[in-house]
Write a protein that binds this ligand. Structure first.
Ligand SMILES: [Zn+2]
Ligand SMILES: [Zn+2]
Length: 596
């Protein structure tokens, strides 16, 4: 944004190059740091700013790598080809925590289409909100225990879930239909169907020749209470879908590139941004008489927290922390912490118990680089966890031994493969999830001695939105680092959000944001602090109103202030010694009840 880039990542790199972007990022960090220092000062908070840590600096990066090293040694860290949330604008994967930050209400297509069963004169009616996923379609799912009905509609026989039948018919505006027979979902297992767009996607037609491709499957995850009660599975675009494909040995057809556009393998849809293909695909379904109805649905859908672009799910390679391999260590660590309130505690423990794999690699420019080099000859993944290790195995160091560990300088280093000694090696151009940086801070920002002495820290506090964010990554990384149920904090207070005076979310687009700095320049900090304490419990959201701030809280603080002035003036007049203690007051009988 600072450089005036309006497009995505590719445009930015082509226009400016990585070095320019990195130096601009450093400026942004510097700018916001200055703001923080000013606000800390206004708040009367005392920090040792000389010892502030900077996640982009070499010393931080090298220590952060030690977490990776432990994860690597203990086989927590693993590369995987799986479906991940991906932002088409930032062109990088997102973690579950990031996806959960950005749900908003959006309008999507609600598409009902039909696929003909190969060996029966009947059609499966399928529902999806993402028409583009028909390109990567591999299976149609039915719930094993649901009753599915064959209904006669004009001259055709359609298969629809019984639970949804009436609502479905209303939605697709069909009044004339006749139920023919009822069959359990499990009975459809293995029935082959004919995908309606095969002539437009020759590579998909190739896949369809396989016996287990384009078949009905009966699976428990199918929700028989939405749509038509039948869903289609696109292993390249759904987390659950790829799991089922892997379980059943079904090929993952993924003709989608980094910019989330269809590749040549997608046939006629080549070059289209996947979501832009939605409309074309609906048109094509209509042309081949496979469209049942296209409507719109309003639902909550995740947007990227950085770019506000709707997220898509893609099959990608990435590096993961397989958190199920920590056994109960993370849960035990989390349970040993004091949270002060039950509600945020239970929510946090619930998230830890999910043990969902954490995708830690990001295809970005700014961030802690992943220190792994691929060998172009033997395929070995060469890991190094310190500058010295890299230097010792280096083949060429174009920027000398003191090269900056950040991108792009680390990318210039080539190493000798540990396995085959080939110098045909290249660093995988990943950086770590930014929440990995902050999660490693207790270790990365301190020396070994300081870490041993200070961690677990007595108290941490953060906004409730950080339950899946910082609170989570701090805990997980400390457990990985110690390979033990050791939390990095003894207590953690989750705080509710500050909202606008009507209880709405503050956002730049609404123009209702109160900047901390402006507020504190205008109002006394003690008043603001008192208002926070007076108005709500720390876990509750707080509707912030400067009008309210200036009413009752101001009166109370003002009274206290004037009492203080009154005392100060009179005690000076009476030559009162202000160093007198409570003990002194007791000894002089000033604290006993008056004898009246
Ligand atoms: Zn994004
Ligand atoms: Zn090799």
């Amino acid at each position: 944004k600072e450089l005036g880039v309006t497009g995505g990542k590719t445009e930015a790199i082509n226009k400016f190059g990585i070095e320019k972007i990195v130096s601009e990022c450093k400026n942004v960090v510097k700018k916001y740091n200055e703001k923080w220092v000013q606000v800390d000062d206004l708040l009367g908070m005392s920090f040792n700013h000389d010892k502030a840590y900077w996640t982009f600096k070499d010393e931080f990066i090298e220590r952060e790598w030690q977490v990776l090293k432990k994860a690597h040694e203990n086989k927590i860290l693993e590369e995987d080809f799986t479906v991940i949330a991906y932002c088409p604008s930032c062109q990088t994967s997102l973690s579950h925590a990031e996806v959960n930050q950005g749900y908003e209400e959006v309008k999507d297509p609600s598409l009902f289409y039909k696929v003909k069963l190969a060996d029966e004169d009947a059609y499966l009616i399928v529902w999806t909100t993402m028409p583009f996923t028909l390109v990567t379609d591999a299976m149609v799912g039915l719930h094993p225990d649901e009753d599915y009905v064959y209904v006669k509609v004009e001259n055709e026989s359609w298969v629809v879930g019984k639970t949804r039948l009436e609502d479905f018919m209303i939605e697709v505006k069909i009044e004339d239909y006749k139920v023919e027979k009822t069959v359990k979902g499990a009975k459809f297992e293995g029935k082959k169907y004919i995908h309606p767009l095969l002539d437009k996607i020759p590579q998909l037609a190739e896949c369809a020749k396989q016996e287990n491709f384009h078949v009905a499957v009966s699976e428990d995850f199918v929700d028989a209470t939405t749509g038509s009660g039948l869903v289609h599975l696109s292993p390249a675009n759904g987390e659950e879908d790829i799991k089922i494909a892997n379980k059943r040995g079904v090929k993952v057809f993924s003709p989608i590139n980094d910019e989330v556009k269809f590749t040549e393998d997608a046939g006629e849809y080549q070059g289209l941004f996947v979501r832009d293909a939605d409309r074309t695909i609906v048109e094509d379904l209509k042309d081949c008489n496979a469209l049942v109805r296209i409507g719109k649905i309003k639902h909550k859908y995740p947007l990227c927290w950085r770019s506000h672009h709707p997220i898509v799910w893609l099959a990608r390679k990435g590096w993961f922390y397989k958190l199920d391999r920590l056994d109960n260590k993370a849960i035990d660590a989390a349970e040993s912490v004091e949270y002060f309130f039950d509600q945020p505690k239970n929510r946090f423990l619930g998230i830890i118990k999910e043990r969902h794999p954490w995708c830690i690699s990001r295809e970005r420019i700014w961030g802690c680089p992943l220190p792994v080099w691929d060998c172009g000859d033997c395929g070995e993944k060469n890991w190094f966890f310190s500058r010295q290790e890299i230097i010792d195995s280096s083949d060429s160091l174009p920027d000398g031994e003191n090269f900056e560990l950040h991108r792009p300088w680390i990318d210039n280093v080539t190493i000798k493969c540990k396995k085959c000694s080939s110098t045909n090696t290249k660093r995988e151009e990943y950086v770590l999830d930014t929440w990995h940086n902050s999660g490693s801070a207790p270790y990365s920002s301190l020396t070994d001695d300081e870490y041993t002495k200070e961690i677990p820290a007595p108290f941490f506090t953060e906004g409730i939105d950080q339950t899946r964010g910082w609170a989570y990554t701090l805990l997980i990384e400390n457990v990985i680092l110690n390979n033990a149920a050791t939390p990095p904090y003894k207590s953690f207070l989750f705080q509710g959000h500050v909202l606008d005076e009507k209880g709405g979310k503050m956002s730049k687009s609404k123009g209702n944001v109160i900047e901390g700095q402006e507020l504190l320049e205008k109002y006394p900090v003690d008043l603001v602090r008192f208002y926070f304490i007076w108005k709500a419990s720390p876990i509750e959201p707080l509707s912030f109103s400067t009008e309210e701030l200036m009413s009752r809280p101001y009166q109370v603080i003002n009274t206290l202030y004037n009492l203080h002035l009154y005392f100060k003036q009179n005690s000076e007049y009476d030559n009162y010694n202000s160093t007198n203690t409570v003990q002194w007051a007791k000894e002089n009988n000033l604290l006993s009840s008056p004898d009246i």
